[in-house]
Design a protein around this ligand. Structure first.
Ligand code: CA
Length: 237
């Protein structure tokens, strides 16, 4: 999963990002309410970790605005405000959980998993395409009855492509999912990962194919699906 951290204490946010990475949780960091709103509008995050005291406003206002706009994105408030009133107010305006600073990272991760596991959200499900299955929470991938052991980024790519099976996923979208929108990584790294992923899938006898849609992106199709014929026509163009 990929989450957004809205926190004006940069050093704290960076430590947090490092800890989350160890648990295979990718994250982007923003420092203001305005940046958080822009980020939420541009990427499909699994959750937001939100500090309340931000330089340009109160995190609670952001929660209120998102909920009023019908956005159900899971939100975990982290705050140095310890009062029960703050906690109640945070939950009342629509946050999913509230954690007082200081907290342990293990606790934070447990809460994150809990709020993203709610029914209706996209995480914690098992995706299927051809003979490939992928558990979106543990990121365990099985091909037939064999366990696929790949790199984290390749499992992420596979997840995104499987979520959009039979549809073209833009290269830029994949890049954002892997590195975040402010990353300085080379755009070609997406192709390197795709290349490696394809080889691993075919070595293990996966019955899915990742097609390159020239100049646009990639499309995963399972064999036997209607999308397969469409994709092979596109490949020949
Ligand atoms: Ca703050």
């Amino acid at each position: 999963m990929r989450i957004l951290i809205a926190e004006d204490n940069t050093a704290f946010a960076q430590v947090l990002q490092g800890q989350l990475r160890k648990s295979a949780i990718a994250s982007d960091h923003v420092q203001t309410v305005k940046e958080a709103e822009q980020a939420i509008a541009s990427l499909p995050y699994s959750a937001v970790i939100l500090d309340l005291g931000l330089p340009d406003g109160d995190g609670l206002d952001l929660v209120r605005r998102l909920r009023q706009a019908g956005n159900a994105l899971p939100i975990l408030i982290i705050s140095a405000r310890h009062g029960l009133d703050d906690r109640v107010l945070g939950l009342r305006v629509g946050a999913d959980d509230y954690l007082a600073k200081p907290f342990s990272v293990d606790e934070l991760i447990a809460r994150l998993h809990a709020i993203t596991r709610r029914p209706g959200t996209m995480v914690g499900e098992v995706l299927h395409a051809g003979n490939v299955s992928l558990d979106t929470e543990s990121r365990q991938v099985n091909i037939g009855s064999h366990r696929f052991v790949g790199r984290l980024r390749e499992a992420l790519i596979l997840e995104v492509l499987m979520r959009h099976e039979g549809h073209v996923v833009r290269r830029g979208f994949l890049f954002d999912q892997l590195y975040g929108f402010d990353a300085k990584a080379d755009a070609n790294t997406v192709d390197v990962h795709i290349h490696r992923l394809r080889r691993q899938l075919s070595d293990m006898g996966a019955t899915v194919v990742i097609h390159t849609i020239r100049g646009v992106g990639f499309m995963l199709v399972g064999s036997g699906s209607g999308a397969e014929q469409v994709a092979s026509r596109i490949d020949k163009q």
